[in-house]
Design a protein around this ligand. Structure first.
Ligand code: WT7
Length: 566
């Protein structure tokens, strides 16, 4: 089947220098992700090969070769440079999955700036928090998202440039600049920024339990792991047509929706539209997708529609399937075998790891429900949560931990050294998840070790939701927790204590839900609100989300000895 070697073979004497050599990187030398994803592929003689096959919800389609990618990313890079944007400055991409997003990503890296992709469904408050924290100097966006940017720009002293990719200059205001890719000159020669291994590359915001989202800081050297894991775990080969469902606002959409496939010179297809079973099958059929990287929530939605719908389409091009983001249920793996004749390969990783760390390696027997085994080059274990020593016992649940030092591990959280230091204990990096390891070395996910809510594979932080809730005039106190959901695994539920003079009502519930959807995002919007006269607190006054969460999941509450007597 594949040419990548078995898991056991690859474990033997594994060294990341394998990827360095394949990429022709000399330690200490230059390494620029943007160059690797475009110019280098052209240098290998693949300039006329398609890099991107793009289509939107209306069926508008565009195709870009690697040479187009090279020249257009030069155009954008030269344009940004012309505005005076300097290497190291943060440039935010705030767009739907339009070609400018993908090409712009490559361009920003080529000019040495730090690319900060943000999910275009974010409301003005989520956007503001992340631009403010990163002291972002430029944002590239679309007309439809411009109102959100305009609303907050006066509260962003560092933001100097607002670039709009689909509006003529005459419709824009002062401080806003139009850029049109279709009309832009193709720039053949651009001097790529001479970045080295530790030069900052991508800044992804991710949610934790406490505080606002943190900026996970990646460097150009991350391509070493992204290239190799894309090749080995996604089994990318020269003739593949690869489809990654993730939006580049999240790490899957950049590590494996841009860098991994393009560093491998593979053709990738992008569908700029939401989920739709038939739409997705039609897309696979039309573009003859061979490798598909998806997520459990999407797979559960497809499952709900049954295998009959799948049979209406020619999906025979599919060769390899993988999944990430949330636990992949055993039933989903078994179902995919029935529906597509192929099993989804679960992979586990995080924004912070930059690349897959625990994987169902191609060819390795799949145990449905397990995340697989550590990728070669990743030293993983589960730790006793009290001693931070490996549990060293088959089936014993502990904290998933990794030995620091693989190429794509983040180098810090932006302006938050304490948050970063808290991710380590006893020489291990702590993922914040719990799992057990069976006698064959397979990892079994148990749950998160914090209050972060994983809805449809997207992490949302309770603090960000609670802070936004407090801005609503009726809310006195609140707690945001996960509630089980058959499709999204978890959704947000908010417990709210009202201020005097406000009464619980359906209207108020709806109003608060919409308030959060607009300010933060549809993901962060509580699907249910429970008005409560009081919330469980510790003696020191901290709201105990885990008591509320346990109730939602029908689980034992655990130690509540610190709970305040009410
Ligand atoms: C968290 C990381 C990196 C991909 C997208 C999410 C959960 C991720 C799995 C999996 C069970 C998973 C974990 C992890 N998660 N993959 N295969 N099985 N849980 O990146 O937003 O940084 O989220 O997603 O809780 O810590 P992220």
């Amino acid at each position: 089947m594949s040419n990548i070697g078995s898991y056991e073979e690859r474990l033997q004497g594994f060294d990341w220098s394998i990827a360095e050599q394949e990429l022709g990187y000399t330690p200490g030398g230059r390494i620029n992700i943007g160059w690797y994803c475009s110019d280098r592929i052209c240098d290998l003689g693949l300039g006329q090969k398609h890099a991107l096959l793009w289509e939107d919800a209306q069926g508008v389609a565009k195709k870009f070769t690697y040479d187009d990618l090279r020249c257009y990313s030069n155009s954008i890079a030269a344009f940004l440079q012309g505005l005076g944007i300097q290497p190291g400055e943060r440039v935010c991409l705030f767009m739907d999955r339009v070609p400018e997003l993908y090409i712009g990503f490559v361009a920003i890296l080529k000019m040495g700036a730090v690319v900060q992709p943000l999910f275009s469904a974010f409301g003005d408050e989520s956007l503001w928090t992340r631009l403010e924290n990163a002291q972002t100097t430029a944002i590239v966006t679309q007309k439809k998202h411009l109102p959100k940017v305009r609303k907050i720009k006066d509260k962003l002293p560092y933001l100097k440039h607002i670039i709009v990719v689909d509006a003529p200059q005459t419709t824009l205001r002062e401080g806003e600049t139009s850029f049109n890719l279709d009309e832009a000159p193709k720039v053949d020669v651009f001097e790529v920024y001479p970045s080295t291994a530790e030069t900052p590359s991508v800044l992804h915001y991710t949610s934790g339990t406490t505080g606002q989202p943190k900026g996970a800081q990646h460097v150009h050297y991350s391509i070493i792991s992204q290239y190799l894991t894309a090749k080995w775990v996604l089994d990318l080969q020269a003739d593949d047509i690869y489809w990654c469902n993730a939006d580049p606002g999240w790490v899957t959409g950049t590590s494996y929706g841009i860098i991994g496939p393009w560093a491998n010179g593979v053709t990738q297809a992008v569908l700029d539209s939401g989920f739709g079973t038939e739409r997705w099958y039609a897309f696979i059929q039309k573009y003859r997708i061979t490798v598909w990287y998806s997520a459990p929530t999407a797979i559960r939605l497809l499952m709900r529609e049954g295998t009959e719908v799948a049979r209406k389409y020619d999906l025979s091009s599919l060769r390899h399937l993988a999944s990430v983001g949330e636990p992949l249920n055993a039933e989903a793996v078994i179902w995919s075998q029935e529906a597509y004749g192929l099993q989804f390969h679960d992979t586990f990783w995080q924004t912070e790891t930059g690349c897959m760390v625990i994987t169902n390696y191609p060819g390795m027997p799949i145990k449905p429900g397990s995340m697989g085994k550590p990728f070669p080059g990743i030293t993983a274990t589960v730790l006793n949560p009290r001693t931070f020593e490996p549990v060293n016992q088959v089936g014993m649940v502990g904290l998933i931990a990794l030995r620091p030092g693989w190429p794509s591990m983040i180098r810090g959280y932006w302006n938050n050294p304490t948050g970063y230091a808290n991710k380590f204990a006893n020489g291990w990096y702590l993922c914040g998840d719990r799992a057990s390891i069976d006698r064959d070395g397979y990892y079994w996910f148990v749950g998160r070790d914090d209050d972060v809510i994983n809805t449809g594979g997207h992490l949302v932080g309770p603090f960000e939701i609670e802070s936004a809730l407090l801005e609503h005039p009726a809310v006195a106190e609140s707690a945001a927790v996960a509630k089980p959901d058959p499709v999204n695994m978890e959704v947000v539920k908010a417990f709210i204590t009202l201020k005097p003079g406000f009464e619980p009502s359906d209207d108020l519930e709806l109003e608060i839900m919409n308030f959060i959807r607009k300010r933060l995002s549809p993901l962060a919007m509580p699907q249910e609100i429970e008005f409560s006269p009081g919330l469980p607190k510790t003696r020191s006054g901290k709201i105990m989300r885990r008591v509320l969460r346990a109730r939602e999941f029908g689980e034992p509450v655990g130690d509540i000895s610190t709970l305040m007597d009410e």
